[in-house]
Unconditional design. Structure first.
Length: 462
């Protein structure tokens, strides 16, 4: 027995040595031999697979280990990390729950569970976990940063400033933290402090399009359209598909009287597409209505979204077998036709948005249900290239413009001396609108006897 134990111990040493020498394959082979012999190396073997990027193999090792000896709490934390890498945040969250119940004082577990909650759009739970992590481990800078960014997303800019200042205190002069802090100052209405930080950071971040765009937006709020315009141009030279920069360029150009440029950016006739899905049978439409209204993640006024007095879902499942699969296919076909029409339009040959048309893309979709007085505030879709909305049920509007969609009107904080280019459209049931993702759009408050149900979507460059 002693020789057997010695032999296993020697194999474990050899596996560790192979790993140190970069011989990952040999290390895995040796660890497997040890594991089959009953040695407690499941965590090490799973870690090697994880570091090598073979998450499925890491999960397999941990699944088997937990099934055989479910009392090893650390394995649940490790598997949670693996599951996050496999984009399975719900399962990861369950593993982190188990681990935290056994080890409630381990701050990284709260941090990781917060990330899982974020992936599941559970912003409140994520915020609680980030906050708990900072309480347990006050020097956890990433927790402070994520808490600040999340607070800003939820509209608590003052809280975001506090969290990000705490992060900056613990990790001074970090450009990413200072950038986030500048955004928080801007969100809190302290434009001078934000601009001071942006100016301080600009020499080191002049090649970062996100920084340039955020700085330019702050300059717009500070009534400096010329300086903003130059930075939007630089951002677009670095990232031609930056929808936020295109939206900001429109505002700045309009303020500067660059009418030809505004005409091109807001060419509704050429850039806005209108079609219908009238071919969908009533049974399919009824099924979609049931699927939307019964969706477990159809949330009232979700934080960080533009929906007011209404419900909005998380991203919908468009895979085969989902009640939204056929709609996803139908919308994708319409998107393909619209992109072909845009590509064939000679008037758009040099358009900055058209030039960034993606060759590969995927569709993401979510549902919105507006009730009496429901509306959406002005916003863009920065993650997309082309966006759109399918009106499953335009409702029963009581006035001529109730529930109408309006394009071209920026958020109120961008006070403008020049009138925006606006287009108002009253949708009807079965209609699909397609538009550039940088188009500002909002809805006029809806009033009607029944709910207004729509499914919005983005074409995400792949």
């Amino acid at each position: 027995m002693t020789n057997e134990h010695s032999s296993i111990a020697e194999l474990i040493s050899q596996a560790r040595a192979a790993l140190q020498q970069g011989q990952t394959g040999d290390a895995i082979r040796l660890y497997r031999v040890c594991l089959e012999a009953g040695a407690p190396v499941a965590s090490e073997l799973a870690g090697v697979h994880y570091q090598a990027g073979n998450l499925a193999a890491a999960r397999e090792v941990l699944d088997r280990a937990i099934a055989q000896a479910p009392g090893h709490d650390d394995w649940y934390f490790q598997r949670g990390l693996v599951l996050m890498g496999l984009t399975e945040p719900a399962l990861a969250c369950a593993d982190f729950d188990y681990f935290i119940s056994a080890s409630p004082g381990f701050a990284p577990a709260y941090f990781q569970r917060a990330l899982a909650h974020l992936s599941l759009h559970r912003l409140g739970e994520a915020l609680d976990d980030f906050r708990h992590a900072t309480q347990l481990q006050p020097d956890m800078v990433d927790a402070w940063v994520n808490m600040g960014i999340l607070l800003l997303r939820k509209g608590d800019a003052t809280g975001a400033v506090h969290a990000l200042r705490a992060a900056e205190l613990r990790s001074p002069a970090q450009p990413a933290i200072l950038h986030a802090l500048a955004s928080a100052y801007d969100g809190a209405g302290d434009v001078p402090s934000a601009l001071q930080l942006y100016s301080r950071l600009e020499p080191a971040t002049s090649s970062n399009p996100e920084f340039l765009t955020n700085h330019a937006l702050c300059l717009l709020r500070g009534r400096q359209p010329d300086a903003a315009y130059r930075r939007f141009e630089r951002a677009l030279a670095l990232a031609p598909g930056d929808q936020t920069a295109l939206a900001g360029l429109y505002i700045a150009a309009n303020e500067l009287g660059r009418h030809d440029e505004v005409d091109a950016l807001m060419d509704f006739a050429a850039l806005l597409g209108v079609t219908t899905l009238d071919f969908l049978p009533k049974t399919a439409l009824d099924g979609l209505r049931v699927a939307v209204e019964s969706h477990p993640e159809l949330n009232w006024e979700p934080a960080g979204r533009s929906t007011v007095r209404g419900q909005q879902s998380i991203m919908l499942d468009l895979t085969e077998g989902s009640p939204f699969h056929a709609l996803g296919d139908a919308v994708s076909e319409g998107v393909t036709r619209q992109m072909a029409a845009l590509a064939a339009n000679p008037g758009l040959a040099t358009h900055p948005w058209r030039l960034a048309m993606p060759r590969r893309w995927r569709l993401q979709m979510w549902a919105t249900v507006l009730h009496e007085g429901g509306h959406q505030t002005p916003h863009i879709h920065p993650a997309g290239w082309l966006s759109g909305v399918f009106y499953l049920d335009a409702g029963q509007p009581t006035t001529a413009d109730s529930g109408a969609i309006v394009f071209g009107q920026p958020q109120p904080e961008f006070a403008q001396s020049a009138p925006p280019r606006r287009l108002q459209h009253l949708p009807r049931s079965g209609e699909v609108l397609l538009f550039p993702s940088y188009f500002f759009h909002h809805t006029i408050p809806y009033s009607g006897a029944s709910a207004r149900i729509s499914l919005a979507f983005d074409v995400i460059p792949a």
